[in-house]
Design a protein around this ligand. Structure first.
Ligand code: HEC
Length: 117
């Protein structure tokens, strides 16, 4: 009687690995899509922000972001994860990998400003 139950146990364990291993939702959305979905309503589709908000919050223009131009990954990550003043934090909404993609997006948006554009 030992063998069949051992086999059954092995089969169940394998089933668990197969069904659980691929079950988690892997983030596949690109930084551009994530930005459009979560950030564009305040920062604008082009990252330049709504002109009406700029006098109050100049930093809403991400193409002129000092931390973006300096590629301050940790600072940018912190801004996105925890928010700052009127900007909400996204750590409960987005996965770490998604925030990482948005950090890249912010740096890419600010890069032309760094090159004197
Ligand atoms: C509800 C509006 C709102 C949303 C949504 C929003 N932000 Fe912001 N964000 C702001 C405001 C306002 C500031 C400027 C805050 C200040 O300087 O007081 C800011 C600042 C920032 C900064 C700092 C720039 C700098 O150099 O100081 C970064 C980076 C940033 N946002 C990225 C993002 C990303 C990425 C998303 C999407 C995940 C996002 N924001 C969503 C309103 C928003």
């Amino acid at each position: 009687m030992r063998r069949p139950s051992a086999l059954l146990g092995g089969a169940l364990a394998l089933w668990g690995v197969l069904s659980g291993g691929c079950g988690s939702s892997t983030p596949t959305r690109s930084g551009d899509v994530l930005f459009a979905e979560n950030c564009a309503r305040c920062h604008g589709a082009d990252g330049k922000g709504d002109p009406r908000t700029l006098p109050l919050y100049p930093r809403v223009d991400l193409t002129r972001s000092p931390m973006g131009a300096a590629a301050e990954r940790i600072l940018i990550h912190d801004r996105i994860a925890r928010g700052y003043t009127t900007m909400p934090g996204f750590q409960d909404k987005l996965q770490a990998e998604e925030i990482g993609k948005l950090v890249n997006k912010c740096i890419a948006l600010a890069a032309p400003a760094k090159n004197g554009a």
